[in-house]
Design a protein around this ligand. Structure first.
Ligand code: ATP
Ligand code: MG
Length: 280
């Protein structure tokens, strides 16, 4: 009898586990990744990383240079295989089923790759095709997205290599949005943009958050961006996530003598880095 109960109990736990996984857009458990450097030196880029991103939630990760943010994004997007731990995207094991999870997410990073000689429009149509979206369906949607992110449509027919880095970044974002991913992985989406473009992109992230019910993981050095756009913010140092909670709670955790610090002060207290040092 005890044995049967035990069985039923573990089955129940398995069902609960599946249900909680399906409720979350992203679930990481004990993810580890080390890189071998020169000689016998090893860098632990990800050290027991565990957290979730709920459906429709925007989670920000703040961390100094080299803290592991891009590695985290690469592991989730299945470009890098972790040494240990599990990654689930809408309940699906990303390590066992990379092709399946790739379809439900999209990564935007500063190293976005394009066909440099082709135009922005051609690159976007190509991107759409990879996800099974026809040119006819894609064209009006591309126009809408370009208008929304403040990209001058006239320039969409110029070769990618003629566009500034900020413009290319907008095209990378447009390409990710075109396929309506349910999970967006944004690795410093506004780094290198001029203030106006930055505001355009942030406003657009806010809109997709409101309208599309997309879930977003946003790695950034920008404290205001994190505070304004994210439901929860995590602080990453040396491959570890030190804290991950609502910005207000995070700040209150570091309150001293009744003074609730700004997110920037909180970041400095948690990491020992100033914001300038962290993004140098
Ligand atoms: N392919 C690789 N081979 C060797 N080391 C790597 C590799 N990728 C990342 N690393 C190392 O892992 C650590 C984390 O790097 P990562 O790029 O994830 O940091 P990051 O937080 O994105 O930094 P930044 O803010 O500068 O973009 C660094 O020490 C980096 O040198
Ligand atoms: Mg990075």
């Amino acid at each position: 009898m005890a044995h049967r109960l035990g069985e039923a109990g573990s089955e129940g736990a398995a069902v609960r586990q599946r249900e909680s996984s399906a409720m979350n857009a992203l679930e990481l458990r004990g993810v580890e990744k080390s890189f071998k450097k020169r000689r016998s030196e090893v860098v632990r880029a990800l050290d027991s990383v565990s957290f979730t991103v709920g459906r429709g939630e925007v989670v920000g990760i703040l961390g100094p240079n080299g803290s592991g943010k891009s590695t985290l994004v690469r592991v989730i997007s299945t470009l890098v295989v972790p040494d240990a731990g599990s990654v689930r995207v809408f309940g699906v094991d990303a390590i066992r089923h990379p092709k399946t999870v790739q379809r439900s997410m999209n990564r935007v990073s500063v190293e976005a790759s394009f066909f440099k000689k082709l135009s922005a429009m051609e690159n976007l149509l190509y991107g759409a095709k990879l996800y099974g979206v026809t040119t006819r369906e894609a064209k009006p949607r591309i126009k809408e997205i370009l208008d929304n992110i403040g990209f001058d449509r006239k320039r969409a027919s110029e070769p990618m290599e003629h566009l500034s880095r900020g413009m290319q970044q907008k095209i990378a974002l447009a390409r990710a949005l075109l396929t309506s991913p349910v999970l967006m992985l944004l690795d410093e989406p506004t780094t290198g943009l001029d203030p106006r473009s930055k505001r355009d992109v942030q406003a657009f992230i806010r809109r997709i958050k409101a309208a599309h019910d997309s879930s977003i993981l946003l790695c950034t050095h920008d404290m205001d961006e994190a505070e304004e756009l994210c439901d929860r913010v995590g602080i990453m140092v040396d491959g570890r996530i030190l804290a991950l909670e609502e910005p207000e709670k995070l700040k209150r955790r570091y309150a001293r003598d009744g003074h609730v610090p700004s997110l920037e002060e909180t970041f400095m207290a948690a990491t020992g880095y100033t914001v300038e040092e962290a993004s140098a």
